[in-house]
Design a protein around this ligand. Structure first.
Ligand code: NAI
Ligand code: MG
Length: 333
């Protein structure tokens, strides 16, 4: 029995969480979910968006499946997602984007995996007013240590999964020290992997290349902000945010979540696509060596995608979160 912390999250979080736990139960996953709250839900219930009990549970069990958490724009509490990634040193945010069967998108064979540095860059939250309401500053931090960890993780992943190429994305022409350091680390580590092709690209060019010819990319590694933006772009290449899962991995903890957020525009309407969160759950199963079970559920999802009457509207379906969940359960074999 695996003890795994479950944070249902905000907005569509509870709906997609129910879908995943239902499918995992039906598939016979040997998991004991330890449920805790965080985000807006926790702020409203306990006056704290990141309660101690939630942190302690993750510290104890070291693995979590986390629904999306709302972060207020502008004023209000800072991102709990960012805080947790930092707190548990989850330095690699791994975001695969792969063309799925029966999904309409502009491209046919996208299969890329983005490694986003997850603990520093422009997301450290060091912001201040130089002059209230007229002049603000934000500091970006890049360290050799964190850069090495994520770049090495990307190369190790490429090596272990038999992938051919690693592309490092930066803006070292303008951000000469921060991105310059990240790029220098990439060049050094690439030397340890002579069998893997290595290239670096400037982020604006990368954005264009991804939209024009995404098939050319394999494993991508980049800093926090660029990775955040480009991973949503990558989701768009394969049919949208409803289809891409993610893993936040550190040396002694791992947290799995979808790339998307809490989607308040469709929350509570039984419209949310549970696939992204489900694929995150399958990354979790792979992580705990339940690969066979993960494959079985994955096949059931792929099979279910053919029947648009049960799929959610974001992927051209006329079904609901619940009809999709039920169909996947029926298609498990
Ligand atoms: P979002 O990812 O929640 O939604 C963007 C668009 O994609 C919306 O139109 C939404 O309806 C759609 N969408 C997202 N997931 C979907 C799904 N599973 N099925 C169908 N459609 C889906 O991004 P947005 O609106 O910018 O952010 C909303 C909140 O989520 C914010 O408070 C933000 O801070 C938070 N957020 C949290 C993340 C996390 O917990 N890791 C990641 C990104 C945003
Ligand atoms: Mg994002």
């Amino acid at each position: 029995m695996h003890d795994i912390v479950l944070i249902p999250g905000d907005g569509i979080g509870p709906e997609i969480t129910k879908s995943v736990t239902t499918i995992f139960d039906e598939a016979g996953a040997d998991i004991n979910w330890i449920e805790h709250i965080a985000g807006l839900t926790a702020q409203e219930e306990l006056g704290n968006p990141l309660p101690d009990e939630t942190i302690e549970a993750i510290e104890k069990h070291r693995i979590a499946l986390k629904g999306p958490l709302t972060t207020p724009v502008g004023a209000g509490f800072r991102s709990v997602n960012v805080a947790m990634r930092k707190k548990f040193a989850l330095y690699s945010n791994i975001r695969p984007a792969k063309t799925l069967p029966h999904i309409h998108s502009r491209f046919e064979d996208v299969d890329l995996v983005m490694f986003r540095e997850n603990t520093e860059g422009l997301y450290i939250g060091k912001e201040q007013w130089v002059e209230e309401d007229s002049h603000a500053e934000s500091i970006a931090v890049v360290t050799r240590d964190a850069s090495e960890k994520v770049v090495r993780a990307a190369f190790e992943y490429a090596k272990n999964k038999g992938r051919d190429k690693v592309t490092l994305v930066h803006k070292a022409n303008i951000l000469k020290y921060t991105c310059g350091l990240f790029m220098e680390v990439g060049e050094e580590i690439a030397k340890d992997y002579p069998d893997i092709e290595y290239e670096d690209l400037i982020v604006d060019n990368m954005a264009m290349q991804m939209v024009m010819r995404p098939e050319q990319f394999d494993v991508i590694v980049t800093t926090n902000l660029f990775g955040d933006i480009l991973s949503d772009l990558a989701s768009g290449l394969v049919g949208g945010l409803g289809l891409t899962g993610a893993a936040n991995i550190g040396d002694d903890a791992a947290m799995f979540e979808a790339v998307h957020g809490s989607a308040p525009d469709i929350a509570g309407q039984n419209k949310a696509n549970p696939i992204a969160f489900l694929l995150s759950g399958l990354m979790l199963l792979d992580h705990i060596d339940e690969n066979k079970l993960a494959d079985r559920i994955r096949q059931a999802v792929y099979y279910t995608l053919e029947d648009k009457s049960v799929c959610t509207p974001d992927i051209g379906g006329s079904g609901t979160t619940e009809t999709f969940t039920e169909a996947v359960c029926n298609n498990l074999q």
